[in-house]
Design a protein around this ligand. Sequence first.
Ligand code: SF4
Ligand code: SF4
Length: 424
Amino acid sequence: MLQFASTKIVTKAKPIETLAESAFLHLPLSAYHGHFAHPVVQAGDMVLKYQLIAKAGDPFSANVHAPVSGRVVGVQKFPDCGGGMTSMLVLQNDFAGACIDFPAIPSDDPPADTILDLLSAAGVIGAGGAQFPTALKYRAAGQHIQAFIINGTECEPYLTADYVLMRERTASLFEGIRLVNTFLQAKEVVIVIEDHNHELLTVFAPYLAQARYAGIRMQVVMEEYPQGSERQIVFAVTGREMAPPLHPSREGFVVSNAGTVVAAYHALAERLPVVNRIVTVSGDGLQQAGNYEVPIGTPVGYLLNQLGITPEHYTIVLGGPMMGRHVTDWASPVTKGSGGILVLPRDPVKRENCIGCSRCVEACPMRLMPLKYDEGWRRSNLAMLKNYQLPVCIECGACEYVCPSNVPLVASIKAGKLLLRKEG
Ligand code: SF4
Ligand code: SF4
């Protein structure tokens, strides 16, 4: 059983802080698997904070809004942390903070049949990392939803962004749940947290006692990586296994990250688009470790420099250490799905050959054979990758974490999936 609560102690105790804004923001036009938004502004245009600057090109992409006021520099390619290059809209901050005019918002709840449109308009996507458009997820779930599960487990080591969000923005979290459920009409609504965060029970108690939030209940689960993945959390709540071809959404379970629900609150109650996110900056012994709310598009290098960290001296990971991606270009931005930036020592990892110990097989929550993916990828053996069900892998990294030979399993898995996609 993989447990990482000890890595979170320092930043759990820290509040959400802000930093001086960057002069330039790099706003990704693609969120989910290469589906792009199309710019509706041109180089040289002046834009206001919250203004729509790129419109979703299809249901799998998401609207992009200006997190600050300023001048559009244009569209440029930047490294996407996945080893490729991706188009981003570059915005020069004028530091005026001028916002668009919002129309008066009715005090009533938005009608249920407008909820999905409001979420789409605000560019709300999964904040847990996958960045799947939230409106599409809720629409696909259909009408007979057994449970709406709010995922507050945040099982990756070091990350506490969701924890501090739930602790400090509790009212927004509960209102977001209530408003989303006016559309979902789930029979059961459950907020799931891990046992090492049990103090949240006290924080949530005044809300759970209100008639306004009747029907919402808490469930505390034992800490275990990767508890936060959709299938694992449905199993933890319901005891139902969701091994493929079963999928939670098709079985009546909707799982949303706590950060997604707070973003939904801002979209539904305030008509505010997603322009900021909270990231945990952490690493062993890192003095500047904390939780920072920054504009989307803030370059990682700028953020770290603000904290007095020279990124060149470290290994930098965007996301958690298990599922995050190494940052090799400091212009890479914080995205709507970035929960953390890890600052780790630059120890070269000695990679050795597989010794066939099968620890990776025992650690795999999806009951896969990870060692076969390294072999399959190295031999370009597509049949092997398919036969051992590579597409089912959730890229949780548990196999590589336990591997005594440091076989680069996750890199092989990602490369293998790319190979399969190319082959169609
Ligand atoms: S844990 Fe590592 S060494 Fe052991 S079987 Fe898996 S890949 Fe091979
Ligand atoms: S990364 Fe994939 S193969 Fe490895 S443990 Fe996670 S689900 Fe299993």
